[in-house]
Design a protein around this ligand. Sequence first.
Ligand code: G3H
Ligand code: 13P
Ligand code: ZN
Length: 330
Amino acid sequence: MPLVPMKQILDEAIKGNYGVGAFNVNNMEQIQGIMRAAKEVSSPVIIQASRGALKYTNMFYIKHMAAAAVEDNPELPIALHLDHGNSLETCKQAIALGFTSVMIDGSLKEDSKTPTTFEENVEITKMVVEYAHKFGVTVEGELGTLGGIEDGVGSGKVKLTDPDEAARFIKITGVDALALAIGTSHGAYKFKAQPVLAMDIISDVQAKAPNTPLVMHGSSSVPEELIEIINQYGGKLEHTMGVPIESIQQAIKLGVRKINVDTDGRLAMTGAIRKFFAENPKEFDPRTFFGAARQAVYEVVKGKMIAFGSLGHAGDYKPLTIKEAERFYK
Ligand code: G3H
Ligand code: 13P
Ligand code: ZN
């Protein structure tokens, strides 16, 4: 089956009441590790590439590696998604490459740093939706800006999502999925202590827009054992806390359907490679250490597919083609 529109994967997750992991990829080993996990537990899967990933892989490699994943796993629903698109141009580029889903992160300006107003966010998101839907491509928007909250106190540029605004935003823009800011942040250094996430935002938005799948960014759990492996073999990462799996499971119960994970895959690969070289100082065949990294990605991703509840759901539905999605939007 060809790449599937992400909207279908998320709509089906609503019906089945589970979450689907969206895993960031930059190379073949990450894709293979993720696909092996998806195959083993029979899970739908979203592979996503950031602008940095597109640049690193020279774009065409991502496109063809995703095609290889599809060819190798014809029985699995796989979506290829642009993570944090910053402009209509970037989204157009991804659509031209064959991505079946794009995120326009209109919560920030094109520099991906400066927060926008609600109106600016609506304007850019609407433009992307109008363009993408003509090709049957799914659009994820974002309202609110990510950041950490500890003891309920916001920091830096955090702007948690306002549920009323979210409902209006979904209605005006026509986005297929919406990323909420509930207190998570990107990267390894999320929290110093057990996080307090604004779960009520999820239930409030869900109540106001029950048919829109919600997205949780910054969802890596930053497991202590991965940090320990890295540090045991020469790394110098600070001790830190991510989003506990139980919080993600609670978020899924409340309406989150897409869970973005990048950092945990990075940590797993780094730990595996450091350990490999420490134990095999004479080795220099890239297949050995990249193989260890691929195995580590597989293990982390498999655990998440089981925890998010997407296991066993790959065969639940007949995947739509992008052409069929195009007709749906018309
Ligand atoms: O949203 C952030 C993702 O972790 C992607 O990170 O831009 O370094 O590829 P990146
Ligand atoms: P993490 O840094 O927590 O893995 O989040 C990734 C993400 O949200 C990508 O969009
Ligand atoms: Zn993100």
